[in-house]
Design a binder for this molecule. Structure first.
Ligand SMILES: [Zn+2]
Length: 264
């Protein structure tokens, strides 16, 4: 199984000072960059549409948190995975994300209306722990929305923001502990934030953490090549064993993979 975890609004420079042992342990067994790049506008729905369709907002046309039919429709990760015969699940707590895949592409879509409450990601983790280990899914998207919410309430890098990262890290730990040991994980944020907002092209908004961990993936490795959130869908496609759609503009982050010994 491949699990894609998104922690909304997590700034990479918050990780070191935060009490997030589960995230740090995952980083230690994975290939990581703390300098991946979001897209403009650095807003949640445009970013997620770009993550799942591997094209920038100038191509897909979603420029705010109000969904509209894509300017020039193209298949996203869920649609291409469905065609490849994959059983996909999405577990999330911000309802606008219902539109990042088209109807019919998911085997399970599970929305908890909890992203505006401090314990909201505990619900997401509990549902993921309940359904994923035995569900026969090939791919799952697990979305934690509360770090962003707390950022908007109290400010990015504020005491409350750092405490929320610790809270979500506990939820992350429960999820990771429940998944099979050979699960491949990709984890990232969609954008950062500054003061009580995001959406600009400032480095605080645009710089995001991005990591992969699991079988065949380098452990304790810092990625040296640039990573964009457009690269997530092609990388997940590779991990799931199907080709990226030809209209996707990102590339698989090849650098995550351990070099296989040359055959003799
Ligand atoms: Zn967001």
């Amino acid at each position: 199984m491949v699990v894609f975890i998104l922690i909304d609004g997590l700034r990479p420079d918050a990780i070191a000072p935060a009490a997030c042992p589960n995230l740090k342990a995952l980083m230690a067994r994975g290939a990581v960059t703390l300098q991946a790049q979001s897209v403009m506008p650095s807003i949640t729905l445009p970013c997620h549409t770009s993550i799942f369709h591997s094209v920038p907002p100038t191509r897909h046309g979603i420029t705010s948190n109000l969904w509209a039919p894509l300017a020039r429709p193209l298949p996203g990760l869920f649609e291409v995975a469905k065609i490849a015969g994959k059983h996909c699940a999405s577990i999330y707590n911000w309802e606008e994300l219902r539109d990042i895949g088209r109807p019919g592409s998911l085997a399970l879509s599970l929305f908890c209306n909890t992203s505006y409450q401090e314990d909201g990601d505990d619900s997401v983790a509990a549902e993921a722990v309940r359904v994923l280990p035995q569900g026969g899914y090939d791919f799952a998207f697990v979305y934690f929305g509360t770090v962003d919410t707390i950022g908007h309430f109290y400010g990015w890098m504020s005491e409350k923001y750092m405490a929320q990262i610790a809270r979500v890290d506990s939820a992350l730990g429960r999820l990771l502990a429940a998944l099979p040991a050979d699960t491949a994980i990709v984890l990232q944020s969609d954008h950062g934030g500054h003061e009580r907002n995001h959406g600009s092209d400032a480095p605080e908004d645009m710089t995001i953490p991005w990591l992969a961990a699991g079988p065949g993936i380098r452990a304790g490795y810092t990625l040296t090549e640039p990573v964009s959130l457009l690269d997530t869908a092609p990388t997940l496609a590779r991990l799931l064993g199907f080709a990226p759609h030809y209209e996707w503009e990102g590339r698989c982050v090849e650098e995550i993979f351990a070099e296989t010994p040359a055959s003799t």
